[in-house]
Design a protein around this ligand. Structure first.
Ligand code: AMP
Ligand code: MG
Length: 345
């Protein structure tokens, strides 16, 4: 199959709507990452999303909508959902709701809940408006690869597998949406993203928990509240190690680790803050952004993880940021890329 890469515009949306309504797949930008969309009401189309990504069938998809009225036939809103939708939609917050029968089981991987979100990216909004369908869309990467934040990333993984990619430039947030469970008692963030537990807590005026497995590997016999957490994710081919501790010890340790690996002929690099690039100039530094700007680090992270593969890196040593605010989303993705391997400086 030939994969077209088109700029947004009315002709592109007409073509995309035709593809989606006849059961085909379209990749499109959102403010978080690129999504791989299918008509959420068409089981066959949704199955082909799993096939194109090589995604395990037990990992459910998020349904994207343009208008809150589209939710009525799809799900029953849990307590607090409307307040959060009014506060953060359109935007990077996904809410689990009780599923209605109209949503095919393939979308939710057989779960009784369906994840719904209204993206804010103008291209995603225009596409959703033009096609008039709820769109089931996971990230548009091959399963296990870092999520795509540019159309070029999508093409790397999906070339020849889907008919159309809409090129809307680089995604703004850079990490996937916050996934929030309101269906099982106290609100729980299953996957951290651009909408932080603190922001949710302010609107709901109650405590918001964060799933334990966000910052550590899933324990043996522990059930994943969000099936996606079970899988190895965001991982480059290199062995990634996180280095934490006081700044005056982290930088020398990064240098030492790099030099040890390089001396053994292992292709290595460091991921460091902008502030440390010159101190680590001999260590193939990759600038992840300023330590004072977690949003910038989130914005760049997946592109950097993909570059590590392009460069054939075998060992990577990375600085860390406090897991607070958007830093929680960054450390969840970086932690999983490193399989939570951490050294103390
Ligand atoms: P992605 O499409 O790559 O952004 O992944 C969607 C994420 O949402 C995955 O981590 C899923 O496991 C999670 N998810 C989607 N639907 C549900 C659901 N009904 N219950 C729990 N997690 C869900
Ligand atoms: Mg994904």
């Amino acid at each position: 199959m030939e994969t077209a890469l088109l700029k947004p515009g009315s002709e592109t949306y007409a073509r995309a709507s035709e593809i989606l309504s006849s059961g085909g797949l379209v990749a499109f930008p959102t403010e978080t990452v690129y999504g791989l969309g299918a008509n959420a009401l068409d089981s066959e189309a949704v199955l082909s999303v799993f096939a194109a990504k090589g995604r395990p069938a037990d990992n459910p998809l998020i349904v994207h909508i343009h208008d809150q009225a589209q939710l009525e036939p799809l799900c029953i809103l849990p307590k607090g959902a409307r307040e959060l939708m009014d506060a953060f939609w359109p935007g990077p917050l996904t809410i689990l709701c009780e599923k209605k029968p109209a949503v095919p089981d393939v979308v939710t991987a057989g779960l009784p809940t369906v994840a719904v979100r209204m993206p804010s990216h103008p291209v995603a909004r225009d596409l959703l408006r033009a096609c008039g369908l709820p769109i089931a869309a996971p990230s548009a990467n091959s399963s296990g690869r870092p999520s795509p934040t540019t159309a070029a990333h999508v093409l790397e993984d999906m070339n020849g597998k889907i008919p159309l990619i809409i090129d809307g430039g680089m995604c703004d947030v850079g990490v996937e949406s916050t996934v929030l469970d309101l269906c099982h008692g106290d609100p729980v963030v299953l996957r951290p993203g651009g909408i932080t537990p603190g922001m949710i807590s302010k609107v709901l005026e109650c405590e918001v928990k964060v799933a334990g497995s966000v910052l550590r590997p899933l324990r043996e016999n522990e059930t994943a509240l969000s099936p996606g957490m079970r899988y190895k994710h965001y991982a480059p081919h290199a062995v990634v190690t996180l280095v934490e501790g006081p700044e005056d010890r982290v930088v020398p340790l990064l240098r030492k680790l790099y030099q040890q690996q390089a001396a053994e002929g292992v292709k290595s690099c460091v991921l460091c803050f902008t502030e440390h690039v010159s101190a680590l100039s001999g260590c193939h530094p990759h600038d992840i952004g300023s330590s004072s700007d977690p949003s910038e680090i989130a914005h760049r992270l997946f592109d950097i993880l993909r570059k590590l593969d392009e460069e054939g890196m075998e060992a990577v040593f990375s600085e860390v940021i406090p897991p607070e605010g958007v830093g929680l989303a960054v450390m969840n993705r970086l932690g999983r890329a490193a399989a939570f391997r951490t050294l103390q400086a």
